[in-house]
Design a protein around this ligand. Structure first.
Ligand code: DQQ
Length: 602
């Protein structure tokens, strides 16, 4: 059988699990993958598991759900298959943390128990009510295969881990009305309450090819009614996992961000603009692209994201799911699939043009100080038609698990090639980077890092910049790319070049900063101090563990100086189950365990 990638498998198992006709079931059904029992996880291959990205000990995970901070503990719920490394049997797994780095994995919090969710507990969000009590709203797949929205409340508010969640019998609180597509009606956002005391939230849905952020209203969180009109919509297919929240601009004005996850392309985009509580209308800034070409949090493998307000630290934190890009067969063999990206602080750029992101500062607690490597003012010469120039960053104990911050300075911007408007007019960065990969010599760039590189450099993942000029050199276009085409000898891997533009004035001083978190099979990069992010999954066969190496390269005409590079060995996060940590808190009740273990037929 041809290799089936994880993404395809996601659709496949969604189809099989629901036992309902999907309107546009364009995916092949592979008979040998229809029984989850046949591919139940039996063992776990540790080789490319991450050291400091969140992943459970085994099995499949996808979307982050219900992320919140409650009484000093961070809660991460996530879509999880308790049986195997493919999508299916979906429950809300649950982990808690004091620092967003080290996690204690608890028993799943929400799992099928009633007719309103007996076919699955899909994504949703948490809301902290005015009395401080959290409530979760999630999508249940009901006995008829409809997508309905249900609430769940903590059973015991004195349990700081909020282990047990109770679903009131009055669920579902929102069912698809006539005219709503019942198989595309899911992923409720965190709710917000207007000055009129009315709660609002958004649910993702679609009408044919039109993705819709449907708005619902309630006075009591129990009775919900659709608003007169949707919050927003777009001609981009089903909108999954919407997120809607306020941010503050440099002048103290509130803007609202709407992010949607596009089921058709598996990318996300966001707009921001004005939201009026009185009329319940949202008007994105007219200058922002609103559709497939919209701004993205991340131009790589990052989906179904969700933010929460971390009131204790007065910051908004973003979580996103990074899928595997190997084959389903590989996932089954590995015994695990899916990781969460490093949680990122999110804010509006001071000039109000876009959102900015940066890994939460807590992650730096894993930097192993003793092995910190520094490079200052080291020139990597332009190659002038000869081979690529590079040097190795030596001295790290674990280049496969590292945090690298570098600033590159372009020495001769005049060498930038002219941006080919005729060929690339309107093209996105990915198209340009795919045409001009890391091995394609340029004027200014490609320059950057080769990470997870093997001894003989045959395996390597390039994270790099390329600069073009426009308007006779009065303007520049800075591209940030992730080229995994040489990342692995492995077969059947999905290796797209990911890329985004970086909105920096490179002419000011020629400098462009890059931070890359390297974690065995994750390469997570931030360009321009958090203006552009790209997460990529790679599966080296040789550059594994202590065999991995790190290089700086320049494959352009212009010299590039590494003005400063700091590389840190990263320790591993403690991600343990409650049994392993020997928590002081009382264990789950037997009743819950037996419910959880009940077989979920699909
Ligand atoms: N994943 C969930 C859905 C959501 C999708 C199912 C996005 O609720 O739309 O696991 O990845």
């Amino acid at each position: 059988m041809a290799a089936v990638h994880t993404l395809q498998a996601f659709f496949l198992f969604a189809l099989v699990a629901l036992l309902i006709p999907l309107s546009e079931a364009s995916h092949n059904v592979f008979a040998d993958l229809q029984s989850l029992d046949a591919i139940e996880t039996t063992q776990v291959d540790d080789k490319l598991r991450t050291g400091f990205h969140f992943q459970p000990p085994k099995h499949w995970i996808n979307d982050p759900n219900g992320v919140m901070q409650y009484k000093g503990a961070y809660h991460l719920f996530y879509q999880y298959n308790p049986k195997s490394a493919v999508w299916g049997n979906i429950v809300w797994a649950h982990a808690v943390s004091k620092d967003l780095v080290n996690w204690e994995i608890l028993e799943p919090a929400i799992y099928p128990t009633a007719s309103f969710d007996e076919n699955g507990c899909w994504s949703g969000s948490a809301t902290i009510l005015p009395d401080g009590k959290p409530v979760i709203m999630y999508t249940g797949i009901d006995a008829d295969g409809r997508q309905v929205q249900n609430v769940a409340y903590p059973k015991d508010l004195s349990d700081p881990y909020l282990r047990e969640w109770v679903k009131p019998e009055y669920n579902p609180v929102i069912a698809p009305d006539a005219g709503v597509n019942a198989t595309a009606f899911r992923d409720p956002t965190t709710a917000w309450r207007g000055p009129d005391g009315v709660w609002r939230l958004v649910i993702g849905t679609k009408d044919n090819h039109r993705g819709i952020a449907a708005l619902y209203r309630s006075r009591d969180f129990v009775h919900w009614a659709p608003a007169r009109r949707a919050l927003h919509s777009g001609d981009t297919g089903m909108w999954e996992c919407p997120d809607f929240y306020p941010v503050t601009d440099g002048n103290g004005n509130t803007r609202h961000v709407l992010k949607v996850s596009l089921d058709l392309t598996r990318y996300e985009y966001y707009t921001f603009g004005e939201y009026d509580h009185g009329s319940d209308t949202y008007a994105p800034d007219a200058t922002l692209p609103d559709g497939d070409g919209g701004l993205r949090y991340d131009y790589g493998d990052f989906y179904a994201s969700k933010t929460f307000l971390d009131t204790g630290k007065n910051r908004r934190v973003l979580w996103g799911w990074a899928n595997e890009s190997d084959s389903v067969a590989d996932d089954v063999r590995k015994g695990w699939a899916g990781v969460q990206a490093i949680p990122r602080k999110l804010w509006l750029a001071p000039d109000g043009s876009q959102l900015m992101q940066w890994p939460v500062a807590e992650i730096e607690s894993l930097r192993v100080g003793g092995s910190h490597v520094n490079v200052t003012d080291r020139m990597v010469h332009g190659n002038g038609g000869r081979g690529v120039n590079y040097f190795e960053v030596t001295g790290l104990a674990t280049p496969a698990q590292a945090d690298v911050e570098a600033t590159f300075q372009v020495m001769d911007l005049d060498k930038a090639e002219v941006f080919d408007d005729a060929a690339w007019r309107g093209a996105d960065a990915q198209t340009v980077c795919a045409a001009r990969g890391a091995d394609d010599k340029g004027g200014v760039g490609p320059f950057g890092l080769w990470v997870l590189a093997s001894d003989e450099l045959k395996e390597r993942t390039a994270v790099f910049f390329r600069v073009f000029k426009r308007d006779d050199g009065k303007k520049h276009v800075v591209l940030m790319c992730n080229d995994p085409s040489r990342s692995s000898y492995g077969k059947g891997l999905y290796k797209p070049t990911f890329a985004g533009f970086v909105d920096v004035d490179i002419a000011a001083n020629g400098k462009i900063p890059l931070r890359t978190l390297i974690d065995h099979s994750v390469v997570e990069s931030f360009g321009g101090h958090g203006k552009t992010a790209i997460l990529s999954r790679v599966y080296p066969t040789k550059a594994i563990g202590d065999k991995a190496r790190l290089f700086v390269f320049n494959n352009g005409e212009s010299d590039v100086k590494v003005t400063n590079l700091n590389a840190y060995d990263m320790g591993s996060a403690k991600i343990r189950t409650e049994t392993e940590t020997g928590s002081d808190y009382p264990a789950q009740s037997d009743t819950k365990t037996s419910q959880r273990n009940r077989k979920i037929d699909i």
